[in-house]
Design a protein around this ligand. Sequence first.
Ligand SMILES: Cc1cc2nc3c(=O)[nH]c(=O)nc-3n(C[C@H](O)[C@H](O)[C@H](O)COP(=O)(O)OP(=O)(O)OC[C@H]3O[C@@H](n4cnc5c(N)ncnc54)[C@H](O)[C@@H]3O)c2cc1C
Length: 333
Amino acid sequence: MTHQTPDQVHDVIIVGSGPAGYTAAVYTARANLSPIVLAGSVTAGGELMNTTDVENFPGFPEGVMGPDLMMNMEAQARRFGADIRHEDATQLQLNNPIKEITLGSGATLHSRAVILATGSAYRELGVPGEKQLSGHGVSWCATCDGFFFRDQVIAVVGGGDSAMEEALFLTKFASKVYVIHRRDTLRASQIMADRAKANEKIEFIWDTEVTEVRGDGKVSQLGLRNLVDGSESTLDVTGLFVAIGHDPRVQLFSDQLDLTPDGTVQVIGRTSRTSLPGVFAAGDVLDPHYRQAITAAGSGCVAALDVEEYLADAADTDASETRESQNLHAAAT
Ligand SMILES: Cc1cc2nc3c(=O)[nH]c(=O)nc-3n(C[C@H](O)[C@H](O)[C@H](O)COP(=O)(O)OP(=O)(O)OC[C@H]3O[C@@H](n4cnc5c(N)ncnc54)[C@H](O)[C@@H]3O)c2cc1C
């Protein structure tokens, strides 16, 4: 089999355009690595494109709208020369020193390093009203949005540790937190379950699913169904936190590199280095726990600095191999 050398090999290709991808783009562009960002054909900007106010990203004392923040990040990356393409990566070949990336258009790109910044998708209930009222009372992140629900009556859906964590955190703001769960026992660890059950602001609604989120521009009521007797009811709340899990977007490369038991990309220590040389990860795709815009951005910075180091080391190795072979050649002649 013969290997053709590709016409052009880029230094780094970044897959994903959330805070992690764009931060990696700013850093690698400023390091003269001419990054290409595959921003996604319809999802450019990542999760924050789906929300309204972001009040916890430093540098914006009055808060900032999620889409504005992401458009600013994109503009900042472009300013330093990042080549941002609104295309999907549809296939990745990551094992060889030169990585091959196939795009939705069918074109193929090659690069010495790849940063995987594909994020993590929050699971949705898939009920009427949920999407329409996202950012208007429906949330997937208590840390991000709990503050907006001071003295209000709200609900959390889920029965695992993260649902208990969200519910307990929300009791700092809300006057009452209903926890709606499909079963009559929790999946959460005993300690988290005990803590939630002991909190007097939390009330459990067992064996129940949410069938609809209602409200005129803002959440005001949930439709509920009891799964034991099938009876329908309503619950008046102004907020709904969906805490039924999240899926790291690893499908494209999960068969090529190591993952953690949580399904996130396994990295080495505090670096962004994955189990494959030249492949780096950043943002929520490697993070089973924190999943914030600022942690994703910080992790994009780490990945960019790791790529710089990797490419510099690779260039040093190439140079010393060339010198060695020149010396051997000189000695032989
Ligand atoms: C509704 C909502 C509100 C939130 N509010 C806040 C908040 O107020 N404050 C806060 O700090 N955090 C908030 N978060 C969390 C925050 O959005 C995430 O932690 C952050 O966006 C993660 O950044 P990321 O770059 O890792 O991934 P993402 O933002 O998920 O971006 C990844 C991008 O890569 C794209 N992608 C995936 N695969 C491919 C591919 N094959 N080719 C091309 N592109 C691809 C995805 O479609 C996506 O656009 C919120 C999340 C949600 C869902």
